[in-house]
Design a protein around this ligand. Structure first.
Ligand code: ADP
Length: 357
C-alpha cells in the first residue's frame, strides 16, 4: 500500500537508513546497531513488552529520534491566560478542539469533530501560542514543525519525516501537530515550478491526514498561515475549521504591555499612559508590541549611559522607571510589520472560508 516501505533484506550496520523490520526491540543487545540515544527513544515509544508499534515498524529509527528530540516539545509552557485578547478565537477553540480531545466519548458520531484546524492571520498575532496552549489545556503532546524546513532542510527526506511525525504522534496520543507556514506545503501553486520532492511531501501529508481523519486517533492537526489565499481546495477541505486570528485590539495591546512589564517588575506607567500608548499603536501585531516594550525598556539604560555612567558600575536599582516618553521614542524605531492593505485580504478570505465571521 502507499504506506509500505521497502525493507532491505540485508542488514545495514551503519544504522543510518535501516528500519526496525522486526516486531520488538532486541533489549539490551548491541546487535541492533543503534546508538544508545536512538535505542532509548525507540524504547520509550514501545509497548511494555518491547513491542514496536505498527506505525513505527517501517520507519528509520534516526528519523524517530529526530522527531522525539527536535519536533516534540516536552513542555510548551503557554497558558490560556498568557494570550491577550482573542476571546472569540479562544471560545471557538475550546468547543472545537479542547472538549473533544478531553472527552472523546461524548464527541462521537454526529458530534465528532474534524481533525484539522487552520489558524490564519497576520504574522505575530499568537497563532503558535494558541497551538501550544491547546496542547497544554488538552494535556496533549505538542509537535511543532515548520513546513518550509520540510522542503528546504529535509530535501529528499521530507516525506519520510512526515511519516515518522505522524507515526510518533500516534504513539503519543492525545497529540497536537502544529505545522507552521502550512501554505508552503499545501499551496495551490504547482505544476511546472513545483519540485518533485515537495509534491511527494504534500501527497504523503494528505495521505496521513486522510488516515487519521477516518480513524479513532486522538490527533489534532493545526496548520498556521499568513497566506491562507495560497491554500488549495484539498487543503481547505482537510482543515475544515478555519479561525481568523486578527491583530490585537486596543485592550489586548494594553494587556500585552502590562503583562510584559509586570513580569519584570517594571510596570510604573499610569493607566492613562497605557491608554495613550494603545492609541499610538493601532495596527501593531502582538510581536510588534513585544518588540516595542523591549525597546522602551532600554530607554532608562540608554539615558544612564548617555549621562556617563559606566555599564560596569551601573546599579540596577538606580535606573529610573520606564515612562511614556520611552515608548514615544521607541515608536519612531519600531514600526508595525503588517500593512493595513493586507488586513483586507484576511478579512475577505475569512468572509469566504472562515469558520466564524
Ligand atoms: P504567530 O504564530 O501568529 O506568527 P506567535 O504566536 O509566534 O505568532 O507570537 C509571537 C510573539 O508575539 C509571542 O511569543 C508573544 O510574545 C507575542 N504575541 C503575539 N500575539 C500575542 C497575544 N495575543 N498575546 C500575547 N502575546 C502575543
Amino acid at each position: 500500500g502507499p504506506r509500505g516501505n521497502f525493507v532491505p533484506p540485508i542488514r545495514n550496520n551503519s544504522g543510518n537508513t535501516r528500519t526496525m523490520a522486526g516486531s520488538r526491540m532486541s533489549g539490551k543487545g548491541d546487535d541492533d546497531g543503534l546508538e544508545d540515544s536512538t535505542r532509548k527513544c525507540m524504547e520509550m515509544l514501545c509497548g511494555p513488552d518491547g513491542e514496536i508499534p505498527d506505525k513505527l515498524k517501517n520507519i528509520e529509527p534516526r528519523l524517530i529520534e529526530h522527531i522525539s528530540n527536535e519536533i516534540m516539545e516536552k513542555d510548551p509552557n503557554v497558558r490560556w491566560s498568557d494570550i491577550a485578547g482573542l476571546e472569540h478565537a479562544k471560545k471557538c477553540v475550546m468547543e472545537m478542539v479542547i472538549y473533544p480531545l478531553l472527552r472523546p466519548d461524548i464527541f462521537r458520531g454526529c458530534r465528532s469533530p474534524g481533525r484539522g484546524l487552520l489558524l490564519f492571520g497576520p504574522p505575530g498575532t499568537g497563532k503558535t501560542m494558541i497551538g501550544k496552549a491547546i496542547a497544554g489545556e488538552a494535556k496533549a503532546t505538542f509537535f511543532y514543525i515548520s513546513a518550509s524546513s520540510l522542503t528546504s532542510k529535509w530535501i529528499g527526506e521530507g516525506e519520510k519525516l512526515v511519516r515518522a511525525l505522524f507515526g510518533v504522534a500516534s504513539c503519543r496520543q492525545p497529540a497536537v501537530i502544529f505545522v507552521d507556514e502550512i501554505d508552503s506545503l499545501l499551496s495551490q501553486r504547482k505544476s511546472e515550478g513545483e519540485h518533485e520532492s515537495s509534491r511527494r511531501i504534500k501527497t504523503q501529508f494528505l495521505i496521513e491526514m486522510e488516515g487519521f481523519d477516518s480513524g479513532n486517533d486522538q490527533i489534532l492537526l493545526i496548520g498556521a498561515t499568513n497566506r491562507p489565499q495560497e491554500l488549495d481546495e484539498a487543503a481547505r477541505r482537510r482543515l475544515a475549521r478555519r479561525l481568523y486570528i486578527p491583530l490585537p485590539s486596543s485592550e489586548a495591546r494594553a494587556c500585552i504591555i502590562r503583562t510584559l512589564l509586570e513580569k519584570d517588575g517594571l510596570l510604573k506607567l499610569s493607566p492613562d499612559d497605557v491608554g495613550t500608548i494603545c492609541r499610538m499603536t493601532e495596527g501593531y501585531s502582538g510581536s510588534d508590541m513585544k518588540n516595542l516594550v523591549k525597546d522602551a525598556c532600554m530607554g532608562p539604560l540608554r539615558e544612564a549611559l548617555m549621562q556617563g555612567t559606566e555599564i560596569i558600575k551601573l546599579k540596577k536599582e538606580d535606573l529610573r522607571p520606564v515612562n511614556l516618553k520611552d515608548f514615544e521614542d521607541s515608536l519612531q524605531e519600531i514600526r508595525p510589520s503588517v500593512a493595513l492593505s493586507e488586513i483586507a485580504i484576511y478579512e475577505e478570505w475569512n468572509q469566504q472560508f472562515g469558520s466564524s465571521k
